[in-house]
Every structure is written in C-alpha cells, then in structure tokens.
Design a protein around this ligand. Structure first.
Ligand code: ATP
Ligand code: MG
Ligand code: MG
Ligand code: MG
Length: 438
C-alpha cells in the first residue's frame, strides 16, 4: 500500500472541469482576454483575484514548479547561487538610482506605520547592488552570480491577457558581478547560452533579438520572444541582412542596416508580433557606481563591479507556450511543464467497473514507482461517465498521454489504448511498451 499515496484521483482534485465564467465573456469582448487566458481559467490552471492578478491553482503551480526546476538547473550550471530578496524596497534606494521618478506610476508604493515609504519590487537592481555594497568581496570570489525566482509587482497601465501581462507575476532575475567589462561579457555570454538551453528544452520555437534597454539601462541587451499574434512587441527579422531586433530599437537608434531600409535591395525584412519572455542586459557600472558597490582588487583597490542582469518571465512563459501550442478548445503544453504527464481513463461502471478502477490503480502504481513519474499520473475515476465523455476533458487538459483501459485491459496479456496527445495518434500497447513510454 506504500505507493497508494501517489495515486491521484480526478474526483479528489481541486478542479471542477468548470464552465466559462460570465466575467470572462466581458473580458473577451473588451479584448482583454486571449485563447490561452480563457483555456487556463476554464481548466482551473489559474483563477482571477483582481484586475491583473491571478491565483495559481494546483495545476498552475505544478507547471510553475516544473519550469522552476528547469531554470534552477540551468542557472546553477552557470554558477548561479539562489537567493530571495525582500519584496519591499525603501524609497531612498529607488530615489538614489533615480528610478523612483522614472518608473513613476508603474511602481506600487506604500507606507509603514512610521510613514516611511516603500515600493513593491518590480525588479531588484537597487536591492542587489546595495546588498553587494554592504559586503566585503575580494576579486578572488568573482564572478558572483546571484538569482532569485520571486513575485514582481508592476502597476501596468494596461494589464491584459491573464498571466501575459499581469500586475504581479513571477520572474527569475539574475544579477552578476564581475571584475571588468571583459569578464562581465564572458558572464553575459555564458548566461545567454543558459537561456538558449532553457528555451531549447521547453521546445517552443523562439527568436533572440537585440533589445531595447528601456528603464533598466545599460548598453547591450537581448530579448527572447515567442512569436504569437497576442504579443505586444514587434520584432524585425531579415535572414539576408542578418537583422534580428526589437522594432523599438530600430526606432530609437536607427540601427536597422541601410540594406533593410532601401526597398530596392532584395532584403527579406519581416515584421512579426512577439511576446518578450526573457531579457538580458549588460549594465556595466551604472548601478555599482551609484551605490558604491566595489570589490577589493589584487592591488588592494576598491573597484566598482561590472554588472549584468537577466530576467525571465516565468508565469508569462507558461501562458505564452500554451498560447502558441493550444487549439481553440484544447490546452497544449510543452511536455516538460505539463502539470501531469499521464491521464488514465478506466472503463465506465458496469458489472466489472471496480475491476477497471483497480487495474487503473495498479497501472498508476507501476508508473509512479519511478521517481520522475511520482505525482505525474491522474486517474479519472468519474466512473458514471463514459470513456468518450471523459476523453473530451482529458483532451482539453492536454497532458502528453491518455491511457484508456477498455475491455482489452482486463484480458491477458493486457492491452492499453494510448493516445499521444501532441501527435493525435492512438496505439495499443502492452504494459511493458507503456512503461517504456514515459
Ligand atoms: P514588456 O516589454 O512586456 O512590458 P519589460 O521589458 O517591461 O516587458 P523586463 O523589465 O525586461 O520587462 O522584465 C523581465 C521579464 O519579465 C520580461 O522579459 C517578461 O518576460 C517579464 N514581464 C515583464 N512584465 C511582465 C508582466 N506585466 N507580466 C508578466 N510578465 C512580465
Ligand atoms: Mg514593461
Ligand atoms: Mg520590453
Ligand atoms: Mg524587457
């Protein structure tokens, strides 16, 4: 019975295979909602809390935790050390960097009982640079690469599309501290490679473009975008002229090569809608000089760090991959972040109903004996419903595999009907073949 606790029955999950809520309809009409937002609400991945704020429900948290594990792995591969900074930041720090003014209305601000003013961190350059300024660091300890995965707060002018543009959201932010520009650029490249690996492993096609530095500042920056019509950025891409940039950048510094500005050439410039899911910056000494954050050099001098920072929109990544992969009615996930991997449907109640349910339980146990599948298998025990009806829900949830236990599952040797959801293919498999699957 030891493995019994790993069995998950649909009827006991916090999930109601709900209906579209009336509020959603008005949001859809107002253009504030998109397909992935609708599907995530409908399937109880997220739930609305306030305008631009969403609860993550159990399935949403599972997806987020999987993405977190992937990001932790890749950040630690490049020497990242995980921290968790405070959410509240003192006004004085943000005044010092000048961003209390420039971030303006996007900052959520509040006062404590002594009337000291704070903001809820929208990003953490000030706090992390102050942290380093308060520590004695020798050149021997560098590079230092710190990261966190925490909630960020931005009073967006126009929250939209659920997790895609929320007023609070989960971000992975890394801040790095190097001896000089050359070593900082080595760090920059190493972390960009880690980003490439993260996006490769997620498996949804992305583009990396030169980015606008905006509010963060600095002079070298790249953005990672998924291409989807709900993206609010425009990216310019030209294979022939090797252009890959955020359109904002072309507008700001005119860096679009002249070949792409002259229609007479045979350039292939395309403009696509993109959603920014990652952003990398070389900052140089912009913040370290303001906060006097310095390391002790070999010669005993105090030298300002050369810094970089790297953001990843965790909750945005989850919903935008769903936006790219899903159909109108059915969620589709990158298999790495699907909340569960396997959905088992035992045949409906009848004279042998309990046998089907028991077979589903032991099949689930066989899967979950392997550590990587623990918690990954869900049994649809709504036994008064037909297989077909439950399969509609399974298809809607979009887990990678649906395993149906029909008549052949009780024969010897047993055969199971397996749907590869991404491919839409159905095959019959023995238990051994099934175990080799996931
Ligand atoms: P955008 O251009 O979409 O407003 P940004 O450039 O302001 O994003 P950054 O300051 O670069 O965002 O933050 C790092 C990452 O955090 C972004 O690349 C994005 O993935 C994510 N992010 C930013 N704002 C939001 C938001 N309102 N909701 C969800 N994720 C966000
Ligand atoms: Mg923004
Ligand atoms: Mg941006
Ligand atoms: Mg950005």
């Amino acid at each position: 019975m030891g493995s019994y606790c790993h069995r998950r029955y649909v009827s006991r999950l916090f999930q109601n295979f709900g209906k579209l809520q009336p509020k959603m309809k008005t949001e859809q009409e107002a253009g504030l909602s998109c397909n992935s937002h609708k599907l995530m609400l409908y399937n109880d991945i997220i739930a609305p809390s306030y305008f631009g704020g969403f609860h993550m429900l159990p399935l949403g948290v599972r997806a987020l935790e999987k993405l977190t594990r992937l990001v932790d792995q890749e950040m630690q591969t490049v020497g990242g050390q995980k921290i968790a900074m405070t959410t509240l930041a003192k006004e004085s720090l943000w005044q010092k960097s000048g961003r209390w003014e420039t971030a303006g209305a996007e900052l959520f601000t509040l006062k404590d009982r002594q009337k000291h003013q704070f903001c809820l961190g929208p990003t953490h350059e000030e706090l992390v640079t102050q942290l380093l300024a308060n520590n004695q660091v020798s050149y021997k300890q560098l590079p230092i690469r710190l990261y966190q995965i925490t909630r960020k707060f931005r009073d967006e002018m126009a929250p939209k599309y659920g997790l895609l543009r929320g007023r609070e959201f989960e971000m992975k932010d890394m801040y790095t501290f190097d001896t000089n520009k050359d070593t900082a650029l080595e760090t920059y490249n190493a972390v960009c490679e880690a980003y490439d690996r993260i996006f490769d492993r997620i498996g949804v096609e992305y583009v990396k473009v030169s980015g606008a530095t905006g509010l963060i500042g600095g002079d070298l920056s790249h953005e990672y975008h998924y291409q989807t019509d709900v993206g609010q950025d425009s990216v310019l891409l030209c294979d022939r002229c090797e252009v890959k940039m955020n359109k904002e950048l072309a507008a700001v510094d005119g860096s679009l090569p002249s070949s792409c500005q002259l229609p007479a050439t045979d350039c292939e410039l395309q403009e696509r809608k993109g959603i920014e899911v990652g952003h990398t910056f070389y900052l140089g000494t912009k913040y370290s000089s303001i906060f006097n954050a310095a390391y002790r050099s070999q010669e005993g001098q105090n030298i300002h760090y050369s810094m970089c920072c790297f953001g990843l929109g965790m909750t945005r990544i989850i919903q935008s991959t769903v936006e790219v992969l899903s159909t109108e009615n059915n969620l589709r996930w990158p298999s790495l972040i699907a909340p569960h991997q396997i959905y088992i449907i035992p045949k409906k109640d009848g004279p042998r109903g309990s046998e089907y349910l028991a077979a589903a339980g032991s099949l689930s146990d066989s899967f979950t004996q392997r550590p990587h599948l623990r918690g990954e298998v869900v049994i649809d025990d709504r036994m008064s419903m037909t297989i077909g009806r439950r399969q509609v829900d399974a298809d809607r949830l979009g887990y990678p595999y649906i395993v149906i236990l029909g008549v052949k599952a009780l024969e010897s040797p047993a055969l199971y009907e397996v749907v590869n959801v991404a491919k839409g293919e159905t095959t019959f498999m023995s238990e051994d073949q099934l175990m080799a699957l996931a």
